[in-house]
Design a protein around this ligand. Structure first.
Ligand code: NAG
Ligand code: NAG
Ligand code: NAG
Length: 637
């Protein structure tokens, strides 16, 4: 392996003199660098110099520094422009890269030997794309592309760092493929080999089950053992029947191969909501998304069945949009659904994000042949997503670009809910970070979840009806099977709307940890924002009722409550609530939440944080009291 690496290096040196831009290296400064290699992946060889890379340059957007203020102005309950959401065209115009940025980057590429005819610009002007040989790309951005191999045989490519001229840095957010995982290996042979390694495998797919089968005894007496629709209605005082169903929209996001079974929905409805038997979600197929039924069982049906059964049950008779994202071969990731709801975010011709997302058209056998689903859907008023990944698995630039996109959805009037993770303060699968912020087996640093750590989404944590308690007793943080994901971002600064709440937590209830475990400066984004029950859900999966646990349960329940609130607002001639965080952290709204003050979110060989009075990084501001929340949102313009 080592010898092969040296051989490639030598042949590159020999070729170097043929590439004029090599001489310009002295101008270059590092733009992005990965601190360490990801766990389980071994750098196995240099990538062939003649292989073709689909290069994508994400141009610096205008006005991103004003995004938070703009979002606050349409979402803060005290703002005079509350509810005055942007149009999609306003969003494109506000954030499109400046003419100067486009000109400077183009000029740099042309001077470096990439002819202008080879460059293509996306419709939003957000991206410049071109195909380059590995040799050209390496010279252009002073990078070395390697193939990384997983013990499973899967392969991906990447470089450890890349550079651009100092004068170009302010004009570029990020370049792909580069330091971000996962890039596919650009040769047809190798593509086949990694077919099983879907880009979405780094995504957490909840929920969990303890394997027990359930005998349904619909009764409010047993909500500490089995959660049903009635338990949730009682816990959160949910009592609204939708009337504006033709105007309202509620989206449930699922990544293929996760899929629902109609027979499971009907089994659930027959037991808990008989009038809904036969009700189907409206399938929105994003990048080849299909509702597959070949592969059945908890691992493929658990998430979708759970989300749809509870969302349908709680919002009956609201139709539900199923945002089924990704084909069966390649899968997909967060940026793919963002492309679908915001054409301005797309690159073009499937040049989406070769790093962490499915790329369409998909060249693999049986893959979706496109075109990529770009701006095919008006963003639903609420989108619930029970998926996540470790923040540390992304780079800052990648996470920042995607996070800004959630902010834009907020400007458009969409509430984006993400579950906060099921491993407490640890990351996916219980992995923690080392002192460099990289995943490590014996890492001591807490490992926050993304997108939950993005300040422009609403992160939803999990609670439980404590054993022996009833729906009339206070809930605690979930400590059965899963622990509510929560903590502080290593990437994102604290947004204004939560500064007071987070600082009050840190000052009045200082956690017994140091800055070696989490960013305790009071300047980092804390999450989750709120929570809802996440333990013992009765869900029909693959023909039988099982008990399900996870923040995966919590997100669609909160999504359902916001959908009911939007319904009432639409009926009153108002718009949807959009980004809810500035409201739920405001003083006025605090009475509409049940503060959760017991339980913790253990992980990384610690008890984790502890739920306490006020906001905490386990259960956020608490669980909603729908009856109290509705009039507060109805009062707003
Ligand atoms: C890159 O090459 C692929 C395959 O030939 C082609 O489909 C695509 O349009 C090219 N992209 C650019 C930006 O030229
Ligand atoms: C903590 O977070 C803030 C805000 O993102 C950042 O400025 C600061 O450098 C972080 N501190 C450490 C020790 O990482
Ligand atoms: C929920 O809010 C309503 C209206 O403010 C109140 O009457 C009720 O007691 C609250 N429910 C609980 C369980 O606190």
């Amino acid at each position: 392996m080592r010898l092969q690496g040296i051989a490639w290096a030598l042949s590159l040196v020999a070729l170097a003199s043929a590439v004029p831009s090599r001489q310009r290296r002295s101008d270059l400064v590092v733009h992005e660098r990965r601190a360490a290699e990801p766990l389980d992946w071994v750098r196995s060889r240099r990538l062939e110099p003649t292989a073709i890379l689909p290069m994508r340059l994400g141009l610096a957007q205008s006005n991103l520094d004003k995004l938070e203020d703009m979002l606050m102005s349409v979402s803060h309950p005290l703002s005079p422009s509350y509810g005055k959401h942007f149009s999609p065209q306003d969003v494109v115009n506000t954030f499109a890269p400046s003419g100067e940025t486009v000109a400077r980057v183009t000029e740099w590429l042309v001077e470096s030997g990439i002819a202008k005819e080879r460059l293509r610009m996306s419709a939003s002007k957000g991206w410049i794309a071109f195909n380059a040989t590995v040799e050209e790309a390496e010279a252009l951005i002073d990078a070395e592309y390697h193939v990384y191999t997983h013990e499973s045989g899967a392969e991906q490519i990447g470089c450890q760092s890349y550079s651009v001229p100092e004068s170009i840095r302010p004009h570029i957010e990020l370049i792909k493929p580069s330091v971000h995982f996962l890039h596919r290996v650009p040769s047809p042979d190798q593509l086949q080999k990694r077919a099983f390694e879907r880009p979405s495998t780094h995504i957490r797919t909840g929920p969990k089950t303890d394997g027990r089968k359930v005998t349904i005894t619909p009764s409010l007496e047993n909500c500490d053992e089995t959660i049903t629709l009635d338990c949730l209605r009682a816990l959160y005082s949910i009592d609204h029947t939708p009337v504006s169903t033709d105007k309202n929209t509620f989206g449930i996001l699922e990544f293929t191969p996760q899929a629902f079974l109609q027979s499971d929905l009907d089994m659930f409805f027959a037991n808990f909501s008989p009038s809904q038997v036969g009700t189907k979600p409206i399938l929105i197929s994003i990048d080849g998304g299909v509702d597959q039924t070949d592969d059945q069982g908890f691992d493929t049906n658990g998430e979708s069945d759970l989300d749809l059964q509870y969302a349908f049950g709680l919002t009956n008779p609201q139709p539900i949009l199923l945002l089924q994202t990704g084909d069966l071969v390649e899968g997909a990731s967060f940026n793919n659904w963002l492309d679908a709801v915001d054409g301005s975010f797309c690159t073009f011709e499937g040049g989406d994000d070769p790093t962490q997302d499915g790329i369409y058209p998909d060249p693999l056998p049986g893959g979706f042949k496109g075109p990529e689903s770009c701006g095919i859907l008006t963003p639903p008023f609420v989108v619930s997503a029970s998926y996540g990944s470790d923040e540390a698995s992304a780079t800052r630039a990648y996470a920042a670009r995607q996070c800004a996109e959630y902010g834009k959805l907020g400007l458009l009037g969409t509430t984006v809910l993400y579950s906060s993770g099921d491993d407490g303060v640890a990351g996916n699968g219980g992995v923690c970070l080392n002192a460099n912020g990289q995943p490590a087996r014996n890492g001591k640093r807490f490992n926050p979840d993304f997108p939950a750590s993005c300040p422009f989404v609403t992160a939803v944590g999990a609670t439980q009806v404590n054993p022996g308690s009833t729906v009339n007793d206070p809930e605690g943080a979930c400590e059965q099977v899963i622990f509510s994901g929560g903590g502080f971002s290593n990437f994102f600064e604290i947004p204004d709307y939560q500064t007071a709440a987070v600082n009050s937590f840190l000052k009045n209830h200082p956690p017994p940890f140091t800055s070696a475990q989490f960013n305790n400066s009071g300047k980092a984004r804390g999450f989750p924002d709120l929570s809802a029950n996440g333990a013992n859900y009765a869900v029909a999966v693959a023909g039988e009722f099982v008990l399900v646990f996870g923040t995966s349960c919590s997100a669609p329940v909160v999504g359902s409550m916001i959908t009911l609130i939007n319904d009432a607002r639409l009926a009153a001639g108002k718009g949807p609530v959009g980004f809810i965080n500035p409201a739920i952290y405001s003083e006025k709204f605090s009475s509409a939440f049940h503060d959760i003050t017991t339980g913790g979110n253990k992980g990384c060989n610690t008890p984790g944080f502890t739920s306490t009075e006020g906001w905490d990084p386990v259960t956020g501001v608490g669980t909603p009291n729908f009856t109290a929340l509705l009039p507060l949102f109805l009062e707003l313009p």
